[in-house]
Design a protein around this ligand. Structure first.
Ligand SMILES: [Mg+2]
Length: 348
């Protein structure tokens, strides 16, 4: 349904590996003062001066992490960058550089790789990160993309997963669950398309959900927002695998428990409507659906007044003693143990 109709197919072998790298990277500019040397030597050179370096890496595999039937290559490139920048944001650091490595089978022409790189370039531009290196190689089947993101932060700014204390408030940016429902909509349309390739999907009712799935954004703004509010979180993580799984990471590493309140979960009206249409429980998706790339963090009780009226953030619970465990408090006031079920639970 989203196949590239471009008939031009230039074989990559015409360029050779070095020609390909040069062709794909010739327009990348260097913006960060910390990048002393980017692409073009045996290694890049970075100088963070008195800042600490934060590094995160991710590997995405066709058929496991993405499906090119509904994931346009440009979006894939963009998303591959964003998911890595999100991890840098989750340390309360500023993303500055990325490296990009891809392995591609010969079913991809040069034009396809150019699309992928157009998405990478768009994200690099959007988030002002420098592309400073990487590798390009061939694969027997399918597409692999691995991105490493670097970031910088003052040592005192960095937020780990292990600093939450009992009575701290649990806060999340943005809203939850939409990316998962976007994927459900795209999967459904793919099945329709397989039966009837002539069908034109009407996706108007799902634009927000699909955008959250195909073009997520990294919350680089949260660091700035919190700084302006004079709040330093006590612990932080990004929501990639699903809220409950991330809450349990904070709990385990901080040695605390948690009460999460169902009625506080920030969810979008389009998300609620689509859950009803698919006959899926909205709370289940909001706490287990992944790929929201929002930031989940804890703050001291004293900081509540600074954050309570801010539309970017929602207080969804509070931390408790470890022995009390981690629970969801439902609207009916029943207590359900949180489980790290992630995506699998929704597919059972
Ligand atoms: Mg993460």
């Amino acid at each position: 349904m989203l196949e590239n109709k471009n008939p031009q197919r230039t074989s990559i072998s015409q360029l050779g590996e070095f020609g390909l790298i040069e062709h794909l990277t010739k327009n990348f500019e260097i913006r960060q003062p910390s990048t002393l040397k980017g692409i073009g030597d045996d290694a890049a050179v970075i100088d963070f001066k008195d800042k600490k370096a934060v590094v995160s890496t991710d590997l995405l595999i066709e058929g496991i992490h993405f499906d090119l039937a509904y994931m346009p290559l440009k979006h894939l490139g963009y998303k591959a960058v964003v998911v890595n920048l999100s991890d840098i944001c989750a340390m309360n650091a500023k993303p500055t550089q990325i490296t990009v490595s891809i392995a591609i089978s010969n079913r991809f022409p040069l034009e396809a790789v150019e699309e992928l790189y157009a998405g990478i370039a768009l994200a690099a531009n959007e988030y002002k990160v420098d592309v400073i290196g990487g590798d390009t190689t061939s694969s027997q089947t399918g597409l692999f993309i691995s991105i490493t993101a670097l970031g910088e932060a003052d040592e005192s700014e960095i937020v780990y997963r292990n600093g939450a204390k009992a009575n701290d408030l649990l806060v999340v940016s943005g809203d939850l669950g939409a990316a998962y429902m976007g994927l459900q909509v795209l999967e459904r349309e793919k099945q329709v398309f397989l039966v009837n390739p002539q069908s034109q999907p009407d996706l108007d009712a799902y634009t927000y959900l699909i955008e959250r799935q195909l073009k997520p954004e990294a919350r680089t703004d949260v660091r700035t927002l919190l700084h302006a509010l004079e709040i330093k979180p006590t612990s932080m993580i990004d929501v990639s695998d699903g809220l409950s799984s991330e809450i349990l990471h904070l709990c385990k590493q901080s040695g605390v428990g948690c009460n999460l309140f169902e009625e506080k979960l920030p969810i979008d009206p389009q998300f609620i409507n689509t859950c009803e249409e698919f006959n899926i429980d909205a709370t289940t998706v909001a706490i287990n659906g992944g790929e929201d790339y929002e930031l989940l963090f804890t703050i001291g009780l004293d900081d509540f007044d600074k954050i309570k009226a801010n539309p970017n953030f929602t207080v969804i619970g509070h931390m408790v003693d470890e022995k009390e465990g981690a629970h969801l408090i439902t609207r009916a006031n029943t207590k359900i143990a949180l489980k790290a079920r992630g995506w699998n639970a929704l597919e059972e």
